[in-house]
Design a protein around this ligand. Structure first.
Ligand SMILES: *Cc1c(COP(=O)(O)O)cnc(C)c1O
Length: 384
C-alpha cells in the first residue's frame, strides 16, 4: 500500500535515542532545550518565543488559555480545520464560529474571516491548508486592525513563509505538530510560539502542573535550598516534551530541508503527470512571495465520482483521504453556519499520497491509477 503520509525515521534517530538512554535521563531536560532552540532558529525568531509540549493539540489548548478564551467569547475558525483545534475552543467554554473557505485553496480569504468577526470575537484560529499560507498575512493585518488575537495552527506549515516570515509567527500565537503524520516526526510532540515572551514563560508553567517554579535539579543548580518544595500557581497538567522525543525531533529538523526538497519533486511530478487530464483540477499555484511546505497534494474531481475514485485507488494499493471534513456539520459544535465554499471543497477534494519516501515509480502509479479510474467511472468533466 502506498501511504498518504509516512514518517522518515531511521538510524540517525535511533542513534539519538540511544544517546539519550545513555545519559540516564529521559525526562524533559537538555535535549528539549536544544530542540526548542533549533526550532526557534528554524523559524527565525528568538529562543524566548518558543516552548515545546507533548502535542500540537495541547499547544492549542494552552494558546486558548493564554488568549483568555472562555465563556461568552467567540473564536473564528475555518470550517475546514483540524478537530482538535475546534475542541480547544469549545473545551474552554467559548463558541467556535466557523467561517467559509475558498473551495479551490481550502483556505479562508480575509473576507471570509471578516464576515465571521463580531463584537464577542476574541481570536481567530487559522489553518494554512496543506502548508499554503493563503491570505495569512492579510488576515494578520485584519486581526491587528480589529483588536482580535491571531492564533495560527501551523501544523501543516512547518516551513511555510510569507515574504520570508514563518507561518505561525505572523500573529500572537503559533502551534506546530511533530506527530506520526507530519513532515518532521518526533513520534509525538508540539511547539508553541508566542509573540510575548512572558506568555511563553506562562505556557511552560502550564505545561508543568502550573508550578510557579521548576523543582529539582534546575532549582538546586541555582543554589536554592529545599529544591523539592512546590508553589502551585494554577491547577494545570503535565504536558512537557521528554528528551527522547526531543532528540528525535532535533534530528528531523536537521533533515527537514532534504524532506522538503523531495516533496517539491513529488509535487512537480504529480503536476506534470496530471496536467490537462480531463476531470482533474490541480491545486492552485503558490503566489510569488509565498513558500509552502507541501504537506498535502490534492486534486479536485467531480463530486459524483470522487468517492468511487478513492475506492478504486484503494483497491489498486493507493491510500487517499480527505482532510479536513467540515466542522460546521459536526452536531456537537452546534453551528448553523451555511458555508458553500467548505461544502464544495469537501465534496470534490481528494488528498493523494505525499511524503518524502515516495519514489518516482510510486507517483507514476498513482497518476496512472487515477487516470484509469476516472476513465472507467465516467466522462464527467469538472471545469476549474
Ligand atoms: C496534526 C495536526 C494537529 C494535531 O497535532 P498533534 O500533535 O497530533 O496534537 C493539529 N492541527 C493540524 C492542522 C494538524 O495537521
Amino acid at each position: 500500500m502506498i501511504n498518504v503520509f509516512q514518517p522518515s525515521l531511521g538510524e540517525e534517530e535511533l542513534g539519538a535515542v540511544r544517546e539519550v538512554f545513555a545519559t540516564g535521563w529521559v525526562g524533559r531536560g537538555r535535549r528539549a532545550d536544544a530542540f526548542e532552540a533549533a526550532f526557534a532558529a528554524h523559524l527565525g525568531v528568538g529562543r524566548e518565543h518558543v516552548t515545546s509540549v507533548n502535542s500540537c493539540t495541547e499547544a492549542t489548548f494552552i494558546a486558548m488559555s493564554l488568549a483568555g478564551v472562555g465563556p461568552g467569547v467567540e473564536v473564528v475558525i475555518p470550517s475546514i480545520s483540524f478537530v482538535g483545534a475546534a475542541n480547544a475552543i469549545a473545551a474552554h467554554g467559548a463558541r467556535p464560529v466557523f467561517c467559509d473557505v475558498d473551495p479551490r485553496t481550502l483556505n479562508p480569504t480575509a473576507d471570509d474571516v471578516a464576515r465571521a468577526l463580531g463584537p464577542s470575537t476574541r481570536a481567530v484560529l487559522l489553518l494554512h491548508y496543506g502548508g499554503h499560507p493563503g491570505e495569512a498575512a492579510e488576515i494578520a493585518r485584519l486581526c491587528a486592525e480589529r483588536g482580535v488575537l491571531l492564533v495560527e495552527d501551523a501544523a501543516n506549515a512547518i516551513a511555510s513563509t510569507v515574504d520570508g516570515r514563518a507561518c505561525g509567527t505572523l500573529g500572537d500565537f503559533g502551534v506546530w505538530s511533530f506527530d506520526h503524520g507530519k513532515i518532521a516526526v518526533a513520534v509525538d510532540g508540539g511547539v508553541l510560539y508566542a509573540r510575548d515572551p512572558e506568555l511563553v514563560r506562562r505556557a511552560t508553567r502550564l505545561a508543568y502542573f502550573g508550578l510557579a517554579e521548576p523543582t529539582g535539579h534546575q532549582r538546586a543548580a541555582r543554589s536554592a535550598s529545599r529544591w523539592w518544595e512546590i508553589e502551585v500557581e494554577s491547577f494545570s497538567r503535565r504536558s512537557v516534551l521528554n528528551d527522547v522525543l526531543a532528540a528525535i525531533g532535533t534530528v528531523q529538523l536537521r533533515r527537514l530541508p532534504e524532506f522538503l526538497a523531495r516533496r517539491a519533486e513529488v509535487v512537480a511530478r504529480y503536476d506534470a503527470g496530471l496536467a490537462g487530464v480531463p476531470g482533474v483540477v490541480l491545486p492552485p499555484p503558490v503566489p510569488p512571495g509565498h513558500r509552502t511546505s507541501h504537506y498535502f497534494y490534492w486534486v479536485q474531481l467531480d463530486p459524483r465520482v470522487r468517492d468511487d475514485v478513492a475506492e478504486d485507488l484503494y483497491r489498486a494499493g493507493v491510500y487517499t483521504t480527505f482532510r479536513y471534513p467540515p466542522l460546521h456539520h459536526v452536531p456537537l459544535y452546534g453551528s448553523d453556519a451555511v458555508l458553500p465554499g467548505a461544502d464544495l471543497a469537501a465534496a470534490r477534494t481528494l488528498n493523494l499520497p505525499l511524503h518524502q519516501s515516495l519514489s518516482d515509480d510510486d507517483v507514476d502509479l498513482v497518476v496512472r491509477e487515477l487516470k484509469a479510474s476516472l476513465a472507467r467511472r465516467s466522462g464527467v468533466v469538472l471545469t476549474p
